[in-house]
Structures are given as structure tokens and as C-alpha cells.
Design a protein around this ligand. Structure first.
Ligand code: FHN
Length: 422
């Protein structure tokens, strides 16, 4: 089991950077993917968006090229979100993209386009389903009909919903080729673990796709010394970066991936123009890697199938940094050094990467590293950087120093020095 786990997650732990894509009917009201719950919209009130959905400018090849240019190695796209709308041609429902004016299997086009660009493909699948008749509604914590008296005594057969949910997961892992990540979302209160028949579900998945990497949102405790079979392969902190890496109860680091929006919404929200800068994204990615984790950065395409231009521009600028510095991200993880004042360390074998965020004043110090650095190079252009102790630092014999010319760093986003260890 242990070796399988290490092998199964190797590519994931090395990839470090992925694109999250939240897209569906909710792009039309353009108030985010929770619009049905937040505004308590009935299936009937939401129906016009199904009748209308026709993303005439959807071109996943462009999305894939953008992700690749940004330095992303994998993507995870919503096959079905909480609203129950299926972007794939499921035989188990009519509530799907192929029955809208779009008339297309949007997931098939996505997996083919991203594989064509050399990226691994993941699917987001909501185990919550606000459209299915047999999903608990009245009195639920978040269901759009949670307060609707008409649903109070409505009989449901939850087992029938689970058969549907398991059946769709089987469709996705049977009909769309090799799926690298299954991103379930999400368990809450008693809706967790075996309530979903999670062990049966995961065993079915692994029988179809033994190498698939699964998140931890079916429930269970991924940090347990002996986690449940359905507890997942990686932890999934959301909209925050953990203070340190993530380890299990035995102190063993576990794979993790922080999922973060580029603005403040997962699904398209036309009024939300509050986008993070490329600098924030790069430094967030470096922080994740410095703590042994991944960054899954979200885009929310609009109702036409277009990724907002702000997101495109940010990802292109991130890509320009990655073009010169990706060696300090891919295959890297935490260094066994304390976080330095000037930025962060990442490490890959005998290559230690110093990510300088702040120029500071005077020489740059690598605490405790005197005699341990064979050579230093500016990663972006390979220029030699001399490792030597200047006169003003003589009283710090344990530390190593480099002296960068100028008052500002060569790259204001993140200047990376590659330190080859002796
Ligand atoms: O409710 C979802 C939300 O819409 C979004 O998909 C995020 C992404 O991780 N997950 C849930 C909130 O935790």
C-alpha cells in the first residue's frame, strides 16, 4: 500500500502547480457557483439557464495552452458542481450539457485538449447534488430548498442517489481515458464517509483507474496514522496556505494542495474584478512548495466559455517567471532550513533555491551555510554569484553570504539563486 501510494502520488508531488476550472450554468447569472443556495433558487427558477447555456466561444485548447504557458502541469475541471448540472454526457441524467443548446460533451473536449498540451487531467465531482430528487433538501445545511415547506415531507430514497453518484463516477472513470485526479467536494456534518458508501466508491475507482490520485473530501482523517481507505491521497486546504507543511499523526509529511481563487469567486462573477497579482500568485506558489505542497489556482470562465482577460494576463505573467525559474518549483519541496528573513527556500536534492522577495540592505545571508555551498548562480540567466563573506560580516563565521549589486532585486516578483550544495 505504502509503495503504491508513493508511486501514485509522485507525479503530483513533483508537478506542484495546477489549474482549477469552475464552470457551468452558474456562469450565466454570474454571481458565483453557490447562487442557487445563496438565493434559494428552485430547480424551476434555475431552469432558464439550462435552456440558454450555449458557450459558443468554448475552446479548451486555448485554456490548455494558457495553463501550459503559465507553467501548470495539471488541471482539475468541474464535471458536476453542487447544482447537479453535468458538463459530461452522462447516461444517468438529462441534466447535462449535451441536452442544452451547447449540445457538446464539454468534459470530453477538456480532457482531450489538455492531454494534447501534455498536461495531466483531473475532474472535480460534487458529491452534493441540489438537483437530484433523492438528495436531502429540507432541513439540510446548504440545500437551496432547505427552508421550503413543500420539501418537508417529500419522500426521498438516498440509496438511489448514491447509486446515481457512484454510477456517474464510474462513467467518468470508464469513458474519458486516463483520469489523473478525482477531486470530490465536499463532506459535512453526518454527510461524510460511509454515508456516501465511500469505501465501496474508492474500491470501484481504484479497480478502474489504479493510479488515480484522490482528494480527502469524501471524509475520514487523512492525518491519521492509519487513515480510512477513502481518506484520500492529499489534503486540500482552501483559500489559505497552511502555516507549515501538513503531516500525519506519526509526523510523516503528507501530500497537500492549496486551492485558491484568482479573484474572490470560484465560478464566474462578473462584478468581481478583485484579482490577485502575478507576484502574489508566484509567491503563493513558492510558499506552497517551500512547505511541501501544491497550488491549484482557479479560473472561472464566463457563460461564453471565455476565461476573463484579467486572469489570462496574470497567468501569462506568472508564466514568464516560470519560464526562467521553474527548476525551483518542479520536483522541489521543503528545505531543512528555517525560513529566512528575505524570502523562502525550496530544495530538490543538492540544489537549494533561495527565493529572494526582499532585497534588504547589505549582503544576503544564508544562515548556517558557510562552507556548505559549492556554487551559486542566478537561476534566470545562469550568471555566477560569488559566495563570500564581506568585511562587514566577518563576525558571522557560520553564515554564507552573497552580495547582489544595486538597491533592488533583479526580479521584483522573486529573484531565485540556485545554490549547489557541497
Ligand atoms: O462549495 C464548494 C465551492 O463551491 C468550491 O467548489 C470550493 C473549491 O474548493 N469547494 C467547496 C467549498 O469548500
Amino acid at each position: 500500500m505504502r509503495n503504491d501510494f508513493a508511486e501514485r502520488t509522485r507525479w503530483f508531488r513533483e508537478a506542484r502547480f495546477g489549474m482549477f476550472i469552475h464552470w457551468g450554468l452558474y456562469a450565466i447569472p454570474s454571481r458565483g457557483e453557490w447562487v442557487r443556495s445563496l438565493e434559494k433558487l428552485s430547480v424551476e427558477e434555475y431552469r432558464p439557464f439550462f435552456e440558454e447555456f450555449d458557450p459558443v466561444r468554448y475552446d479548451p485548447r486555448q485554456w490548455a495552452k494558457l495553463a501550459k504557458a503559465a507553467g501548470m502541469k495539471y488541471a482539475v475541471m468541474t464535471a458536476k458542481h453542487h447544482d447537479g448540472f453535468c458538463l459530461f454526457d452522462s447516461k444517468l441524467t438529462d441534466y447535462k450539457a449535451t441536452y442544452t443548446p451547447a449540445g457538446r460533451d464539454l468534459i470530453r473536449e477538456y480532457v482531450e485538449a489538455f492531454r494534447e498540451e501534455g498536461l495531466r487531467v483531473g475532474l472535480y465531482y460534487s458529491i452534493i447534488d441540489w438537483h437530484h430528487d433523492d438528495y436531502p433538501a429540507y432541513g439540510d445545511k446548504i440545500h437551496p430548498m432547505r427552508d421550503n415547506e413543500a420539501f418537508k415531507n417529500k419522500p426521498i430514497e438516498f440509496g438511489r442517489y448514491l447509486d446515481y453518484m457512484h454510477g456517474q463516477v464510474k462513467e467518468l472513470l470508464t469513458n474519458y481515458g486516463k483520469i489523473d485526479v478525482m477531486w470530490f467536494d465536499f463532506s459535512y456534518d453526518d454527510m461524510t464517509g460511509e454515508k456516501w458508501r465511500a469505501t465501496e466508491l474508492v474500491r470501484m475507482m481504484r479497480s478502474l483507474q489504479p493510479d488515480i490520485v484522490i482528494d480527502n473530501r469524501l471524509g475520514g482523517n487523512i492525518k491519521a496514522a492509519a487513515p480510512e481507505e477513502y481518506a484520500g491521497d492529499f489534503a486540500s486546504p482552501e483559500q489559505m496556505l497552511p502555516a507549515e507543511g501538513i503531516a500525519n499523526e506519526a509526523g510523516r509529511p503528507i501530500p497537500w494542495e492549496a486551492c485558491i481563487t484568482l479573484n474572490d469567486h470560484w465560478g464566474y462573477c462578473s462584478s468581481d474584478r478583485n484579482y490577485k497579482s502575478a507576484k502574489t500568485v508566484v509567491r503563493g506558489l513558492v510558499e506552497c512548495v517551500s512547505k511541501g505542497g501544491n497550488l491549484l489556482l482557479n479560473v472561472g470562465p464566463d457563460a461564453k466559455g471565455v476565461i476573463p482577460h484579467e486572469a489570462v494576463e496574470i497567468l501569462r505573467e506568472v508564466g514568464r517567471w516560470m519560464d526562467a525559474n521553474a527548476d525551483s518549483v518542479y520536483g522541489c519541496g521543503a528545505a531543512s532550513l528555517p525560513k529566512p528573513e528575505w524570502g523562502r527556500y525550496t530544495q530538490n536534492g543538492n540544489k537549494l533555491y533561495a527565493h529572494l522577495f526582499d532585497r534588504g540592505m547589505g549582503p544576503t545571508s544564508f544562515a548556517g551555510m558557510n562552507g556548505k555551498i559549492k556554487r551559486a548562480r542566478l537561476l534566470a540567466d545562469g550568471a555566477e554569484i560569488k559566495v563570500e563573506t564581506p568585511w562587514m560580516a566577518y563576525e558571522y563565521p557560520d553564515d554564507a553570504f552573497v552580495t547582489l549589486g544595486g538597491a533592488e532585486l533583479p526580479d521584483g516578483i522573486d529573484t531565485v539563486i540556485e545554490l549547489e550544495l557541497a
